[in-house]
Design a binder for this molecule. Sequence first.
Ligand code: LMR
Length: 394
Amino acid sequence: MFSNLKEKPADKILALGQAFREDPRDTKIDLGVGVYKDAEGKTPIMRAVKAAEQKWWGQEETKAYTGLAGDPAFSDVMINLVLGDAVTRDQVAAVATPGGTGAVRQAFDLVRMANPDARVFVSDPTWPNHLSILAYLGVETVMYRYFDSETVGVDFDGMMADLEAVRAGDVVLLHGCCHNPTGANLNLSQWKEVIDLLIRKGAVPMIDIAYQGFGDGLEEDAKATRLVVKSCPEVLIAASCSKNFGIYRERTGILMAVAQDRGLQKVAQGNLAYLNRQNFSFPPDHGARLVTMVLSDDALRADWQSELEEVRLGMLQLRQDLANELRRLSGSDRFGFIAQHRGMFSRLGATPEQVETLRKDHGIYMIGDSRINIAGLNAQTVPILARAIIDAGV
Ligand code: LMR
């Protein structure tokens, strides 16, 4: 049987991490996978998460299964964190999932189950795993223009023109904030135009929000998602706790389906629970428990928010420093976009050959499309990267 299997291409983001680990140079710089790192290059456990974990260790009385949807208290706090009061709780079906990827996978599964003819529109570019999961599930995928490599910003006219091809029942995947891989985001008035188009076409928005709190702030980053759920009759939202709670390996995410009325919400809830059962039965509980504890306790929540804000501001400072250094070295403003982009990532606009040169000659690792993880930098490495970017002719 196994002889029938074909080699699978390695995931590009994860393969880069492997190549980095194997590089013996001690001057190497890892700007690859989207994991937050502090100035010492460590991915810390957040203070409030650690405190919740210590508390939970003393309190936990059983390891018996949770429900198929996970603990309802986790859904409550996450719906509140992401959607605020944009909808009423009884409009939202929700299940805990293994990470944001689990939520994305379950969402695509749900789309296929609800409407086998639905096509999923994704931004060009998008997180590569979106495309990989859609292909794996056999869901027809259509790319819409998103990134203008000339302006290194959003190609909004191109995006709107391509979304005109959307049909009723199609799904349009949007990044709620901090677009991955480009770092270029829609402003709120552009979101409104997209929403109007989706409503006019009868298409269903699906929002992937994996970086809430990494862009313009916890509330700011949720604004677009809230606007969508306020305006559109049905919305899917895949949210991740990996980055903003720093609990990557705990696999903590949630899939929400916002419905028009209580009847449809119940059907959606049953289907989401069914999908969990088919794919893995019960979602992991530990990370979800920590998130619930942090968000339900005033002191822990305040501490988490202030640490998250430090992380966000630190990344913004690195963006500003890199843009300044590149302005100094290039004598031009052509890298000013780095300070405008938001979230962990920026796409630099380097060619694959330049990316390769940066890796070979300078030990600087970025994704092949020239996406850099800003959090992989620190005060010492910003000038090194800037110099290398100029030397590579970017
Ligand atoms: C990334 O884009 O680097 C992250 O979302 C991590 C991953 O799983 O790819």
